[in-house]
Write a protein that binds this ligand. Structure first.
Ligand SMILES: Cc1cc2nc3c(=O)[nH]c(=O)nc-3n(C[C@H](O)[C@H](O)[C@H](O)COP(=O)(O)O)c2cc1C
Length: 184
C-alpha cells in the first residue's frame, strides 16, 4: 500500500483535471493504495516569502501559518506526490506552483536541505493537443524532479479539452484509471 498525495491546482471542481484525478484515484484505490487530495484553489495558501527562515519547527515548518499546515503532514508521509493541474500559459496553474514553492519549508528542516524522497506523477488538462504544446511543462517537470531527486513515474496529458465536460468519454480517462491501478 502506498500513500498518495494529490495536489489539485485546478479551480474547476468538476473540470477536466478533476476528471483525470477522479479516474486515477479510482484506479489507485482499487489496488488498496491510500489517496488524499487537496483542492488548492479552495484553500488559503500564500506565496512563498523567500525568508529562508523555515524548518525550525518540524511540526509547523513554514514561517507562514496558513492552510499549508494541513498539507505538510501528508506531504511528509506520502510515498507518491501527484501534481495535477490545468495548463495555464504553458505552465502549472498558480495555485499548484504556489503550493510547490511552499514545500521548500519541509526541505529546510534538514540542515543540508535534503528534500524528502518521493515518487512523482503529473496529470494535466490543456486546450492544445500537439507535442509542442506540452514541451515547456515537460521540461519544467523533469528539471524539478531532477533537482529534488525524486523518481519520475511519468505524466498523463489530456489535450484538446477546454470547457468543463470536454473530457467526458475520452480514452485518456481509462488511461488515468490504468495508471492509478498499475502503481506498485
Ligand atoms: C488562464 C488560462 C490559461 C490557459 N493557458 C493554456 C495554455 O497555455 N495552453 C493550453 O493548451 N491551454 C490553456 N488553457 C486551457 C486550459 O488548460 C483548459 O481549459 C483545461 O481543460 C482546464 O482544465 P480544468 O477543466 O481542470 O480547469 C488556459 C486556460 C486558462 C483559463
Amino acid at each position: 500500500m502506498k500513500k498518495i498525495l494529490i495536489l489539485n491546482g485546478s479551480p474547476r471542481i468538476n473540470g477536466n483535471t478533476y476528471s483525470l484525478i477522479e479516474k486515477f484515484t479510482e484506479g489507485a484505490e482499487s489496488k488498496g493504495h491510500k489517496v488524499i487530495r487537496f483542492d488548492l484553489h479552495f484553500m488559503n495558501i500564500n506565496g512563498c516569502k523567500g525568508c529562508l527562515g523555515g524548518g525550525k519547527d518540524p511540526e509547523s515548518p513554514c514561517t507562514q501559518k496558513d492552510d499549508m499546515l494541513k498539507i505538510y503532514p501528508h506531504y511528509k508521509e506520502a510515498d507518491i506526490l501527484v501534481l495535477a493541474s490545468p495548463m495555464y500559459y504553458w505552465a502549472f496553474s498558480a495555485q499548484l506552483k504556489t503550493a510547490i514553492d511552499r514545500i521548500f519549508a519541509v526541505t529546510e528542516i534538514d540542515p543540508d536541505y535534503k528534500t524528502p524522497y518521493k515518487e512523482c506523477f503529473m496529470l494535466m488538462a490543456a486546450e492544445g493537443d500537439d507535442k509542442d504544446n506540452f514541451e515547456p511543462v515537460i521540461h519544467y517537470y523533469k528539471s524539478l524532479l531532477n533537482y529534488l531527486g525524486w523518481k519520475d513515474l511519468g505524466y498523463l496529458f489530456a489535450g484538446g479539452v477546454m470547457r468543463v465536460g470536454d473530457i467526458k468519454g475520452k480514452e485518456v480517462l481509462s488511461k488515468a484509471f490504468d495508471i492509478g491501478s498499475s502503481i506498485l
